[in-house]
Ligand binder design. Structure first.
Ligand code: PMP
Length: 369
């Protein structure tokens, strides 16, 4: 082919940068030739998968030659019972990322715009641009969503507003009162996506539960995931909750069998394991405190977080420190692409992982990295 393939792509795709994932443990092990690597870079659950999930997957293995249930009947029924909604209100996704993409495909395109916050989760600009829509980025307030400014930024061609609560990578959150006031202000013709990927960790007074707002605001889509507190990042299961009419639209653009068979049974088992969820939350609260105390002792500042991660201000351009931490076998996440070049995002790990991170950080700071 003589023609440059990139010239053939849609304009939005040509201008895209691919999503940058956290560095895999195996990659750093290969690069450094060391076995001991800790990864606090992708907001994964440090407990490992629930034993009940492993049993459920084991039981499902002999049926791997079958396609999964494309409608996810069992998981939808379990979720509907748990959330107190109708199964027809649920859209299952290959991670909640998939649901965000389905929203973009169903409601965005050339001639339409999406509103989201500066420092908001990076998939919002990617999904918006990928389908040829215009992005309206609203400046953050104290690193978080400025909901009033976001409501005011809605234009005639705005079809979707994305709100992450808590937000990644900042960990910032909006209160129930703020969210209700915002939803009352946004015109009903605009879809509001409330991304609650980290809600299970949010132990903050006055933290809103999007599901409770659905009856009042029919333009709302709440997205959640099994990747974080439920410990299933590797199996890719997320879901949207919305009016049945919106779920029907999302279902029209959903790829057949978008959630795999192990993901379906694993998510159902994870949902039933209340003990695992409680242990994860307790470990996160303890680990968060440990990190905050350690960071304070190092004289570092961070953004208060309602998630399972902290955006830490390194006081200077953070990439050299990121690289120096890699040399110590510690993987964290640089967030320059979020217009936060001085911060590193650190996932809350287990006690010994947090300790290793803090020790490595102290070492790097002392050696002037
Ligand atoms: N929303 C937010 C705010 C996230 O941080 C992430 C994961 N980084 C997702 C959605 C997507 O996660 P998943 O596709 O694993 O559900």
């Amino acid at each position: 082919m003589s023609c440059d393939p990139s010239a053939l792509a849609m304009a939005g795709i040509r201008g895209l940068s691919p999503y940058q994932a956290g560095k895999p443990i195996e990659e750093l092990q290969r690069e450094l030739g060391i076995a001991k690597v800790i990864k606090l870079a992708s907001n994964e659950n440090p407990l490992g998968p629930s034993p009940r999930v492993l049993e459920a997957c084991q039981r499902a293995l002999p049926e791997l030659h079958r396609y999964p249930d494309s409608n996810g009947f069992g998981l939808k029924r379990a979720l509907a019972d748990r959330l107190g909604v109708e199964p027809a209100m649920l859209t299952l996704g290959n991670g909640s990322n998939d649901v965000l993409d389905l929203v973009a495909r169903a409601f965005l395109g050339p001639g339409r715009a999406a509103v989201f916050s500066q420092h908001g989760f990076i998939v919002y600009p990617i999904a918006t641009q990928a389908c040829g829509a215009r992005a309206i980025v609203v400046p953050a307030r104290a690193w978080g969503h400025d909901l009033q400014a976001m409501a005011a930024a809605v234009t005639d061609d705005t079809a979707v507003v994305f709100v992450a609560n808590p937000n990644n990578p900042t960990g910032t959150w909006v209160s129930d009162a703020e969210l209700r006031a915002f939803l009352a202000q946004v015109p009903p013709r605009v879809i509001v996506v409330l991304d609650e990927a980290y809600i299970e960790y949010a132990a903050v007074d006055g933290f809103p539960d999007g599901i409770e707002l659905l009856a009042e605001f029919p333009n709302l889509i709440v997205t959640r995931t099994f990747s974080k507190a439920y410990g299933l990042s590797g199996l890719r299961v997320g879901y949207g909750v919305s009016s049945p009419a919106i779920a029907d639209l999302l279902n029209r653009v959903r790829a057949p069998f978008n959630v795999n068979s192990l993901g379906l049974v694993a998510a159902e088992a994870a949902l039933a394991d209340a003990d695992y969820l409680a242990r994860g939350r307790a470990a996160n609260a303890a680990g968060m405190l440990q990190l905050e105390q350690g960071l304070q002792a190092l004289g570092l500042d961070w953004i208060p977080s309602a998630g399972n991660f902290l955006a830490v201000d390194m006081g200077t351009e953070a990439m050299p420190l990121y690289q120096a931490l890699l040399q110590q076998g510690v993987i964290v996440r640089p967030v320059g692409v979020y217009q936060m070049p001085r911060h590193l995002r650190i996932t809350v790990g287990l006690e010994h992982e947090n300790r290793l991170l803090l020790d490595a950080l102290a070492h790097c700071l002392e050696s002037g990295a």
